[in-house]
Design a protein around this ligand. Structure first.
Ligand code: NDP
Length: 249
């Protein structure tokens, strides 16, 4: 029970990495509020989390909706000990094919909304709280097609360090978890069929020293570490959970 009596707020907690983390947090004793846009997956997630979970429909690009969701979380479970700013969207178009609208949507969702989630949560955080932002190996790998996505996730890293400095007087820690390729619904657009997914998985396995795609639980367990007192002296850090992809020759 590493999170006994702790309260957590997770954006994008109705799918993939966010949902795996929410379930692990509840299993570790936390009370967890999740947000997302999809009513069906939010309802399914709420069922899975049980009485120690709260699911709130909120678009992270709508700052007022995020503030409202945080207010609901605080009203139900009390002030926050953990924030996992996890929600994000993919973006994969070559430089020449990227429109201004598409570029701005990725930055808005993956970077701007992360900042305003932290800003909205900040007055509701207990001293000693832990904030975890979801980054990506793409911020350092230079994979073709990912300019906007890489910029958004590199921005998350820079922003985390500043926020860590600003909140350190309250004992609040801020860290980034940077996943490699993880099996979640985010890949549906890039690999919509089982066959396309198998090809993708094979390609990822070959470029990853551990030889496989990661699972959402791999990230959830690292987020648990960053959320808990086990990482009491870790702040302003970024942990790559990528099977060695960023170290591959
Ligand atoms: P999923 O597609 O499974 O989950 C994405 C989550 O983000 C969903 O819960 C979705 O909710 C939510 N979300 C997206 N846009 C919004 C929005 N505007 N408002 C509210 N919620 C939103 O993907 P993952 O679990 O893989 O992704 C989670 C994070 O992990 C992202 O930040 C992603 O960039 C990062 N990541 C993932 C990697 C991977 O390989 N899977 C690799 C590196 C980083 P809804 O469905 O309701 O819109």
């Amino acid at each position: 029970m590493r999170l006994k009596d702790k309260t957590a707020f997770i954006t994008g907690g109705n799918s993939g990495i966010g949902l795996a983390t929410a379930k692990l947090f509840v299993a570790e004793g936390a009370k967890v509020t999740i947000t997302g846009r999809n009513k069906e997956t939010l309802a399914a997630a709420a069922k899975e989390l049980g009485p120690n979970g709260l699911a709130v429909e909120a678009d992270i690009n709508d700052v007022a909706a995020t503030e409202k969701a945080i207010a609901q979380a605080v009203e139900k479970f009390g002030k926050l000990d953990i924030v996992f700013a996890n929600a994000g969207i993919p973006g994969n178009t070559p430089v020449g094919g990227t429109t201004l609208a598409a570029f701005e949507q990725v930055i808005r969702t993956n970077l701007t909304a992360v900042f305003f989630t932290v800003q909205a949560a900040s007055p509701h955080l207990n001293d000693g709280a832990s904030i975890i932002l979801n980054g990506s190996v793409i911020s350092v790998l230079g994979n073709p097609g990912y300019a906007a996505y890489a910029a958004s996730k590199a921005g998350v890293r820079g922003m985390a360090r500043v926020i860590a400095s600003e909140l350190s007087p309250r004992g609040i820690r801020v860290n980034v978890v940077a996943p490699g390729a993880i099996r979640t619904p985010i890949w549906k657009g890039a690999a919509p069929t089982e066959q396309a997914f198998a090809v993708l998985e094979n390609r990822i396995g070959k470029s990853t020293p551990l030889g496989r795609m990661g699972e959402a639980d791999h990230i959830a367990k690292t987020v648990l570490f960053l959320a808990s007192d086990d990482s009491a002296h870790v702040t302003s850090a970024e942990i790559f959970v990528d099977g060695g992809a960023t170290g591959a020759p």
